[in-house]
Design a protein around this ligand. Structure first.
Ligand code: PEP
Length: 249
């Protein structure tokens, strides 16, 4: 049985004042039924962990370097994130693949480093609109999946997030059948590579314009174990109804 996961990606948004949103999340009744994760900018991870204390809300990061230490100005290692209390890290978000030219191979190395430090790697996959129209979406997803996910991954240290690039921040959401097709495909690929036990234990998140109004429809899709939420995770007012919809799904 996979435990549902609602993960919020704040991207490059939020300051110390915004941490007050966490107080509301910490008191969300569903927090004991499903996993809740917030990934603020790295500047806020330490303060977020301290503020949440023993509340059942985890804190994650949005990227890490593949090395543990070294001359990598501006970068943060998985060990550093773990040191301040992060328990997960988003890797291979389409914004990093596009704007920082991250390849699936580089993402795999980051994921390997994150898992070695005890972090849960949330590896993002997704096709662009051009790719959906011009090629086979499942070929794109299959290639990203096999190259980005390290050997030795388990249901504890790996989460896969399907995030169609054209749905991120656009208000456009795939038809539930399109989400289901990709999630079923990812599940089958994971089972083939890691065996049924591990393959069935990895949680699959959908991401891309998840809002309170559409969350229930998305969570009803097979093999959707939760969501990676961008804009609607910035305020507890929007994130909480999504969490509730997931708990009820
Ligand atoms: C994201 O960036 O991971 C995301 C899903 O963003 P949004 O929910 O704003 O589309």
């Amino acid at each position: 049985m996979r435990r549902k996961l609602a993960a919020g990606n704040w991207k490059m948004n939020g300051d110390k004042v915004a941490l007050a949103e966490l107080d509301t999340l910490a008191n969300t009744p569903e927090a004991t039924e499903i996993d809740i994760l917030v990934c603020p900018p790295a500047t806020l991870i330490d303060a977020a962990v301290t503020r949440l204390g023993t509340a059942p809300v985890a804190v994650g990061a949005q990227d890490c370097h593949a090395e543990t230490t070294g001359a990598y100005t501006g970068d943060l290692s998985a060990a550093m994130l773990a040191d301040v209390g992060a328990t997960a890290v988003i890797l291979g978000h389409s914004e990093r693949r596009a704007l920082h030219h991250e390849t699936s191979e580089a993402i795999r190395e980051k994921a390997r480093a994150a898992q070695a430090q005890g972090l849960m790697a949330i590896i993002c996959l997704g096709e662009s609109e051009f790719q959906r129209e011009a090629t086979n979406t499942l070929d794109i997803i299959g290639a990203q999946l096999s190259l980005s996910v390290p050997d030795g991954s388990t249901g504890l240290n790996l989460v896969v997030a399907y995030e169609p690039v054209w749905a991120i921040g656009t208000g456009r959401v795939p038809h539930p059948d399109q989400i289901g097709e990709v999630h079923d495909f990812i599940r089958a690929r994971l089972e083939r590579r890691f065996g049924a036990g591990v393959g069935r234990s990895v949680r699959l998140l959908y991401g891309g314009s998840v809002k309170p109004a559409n969350a229930a429809d998305i969570f009803a899709v097979s093999n959707v174990d939760g969501a990676l939420v961008g804009g609607a995770s910035l305020t507890a007012g929007d994130f909480r109804p999504i969490i509730s919809a997931l708990a009820q799904a």
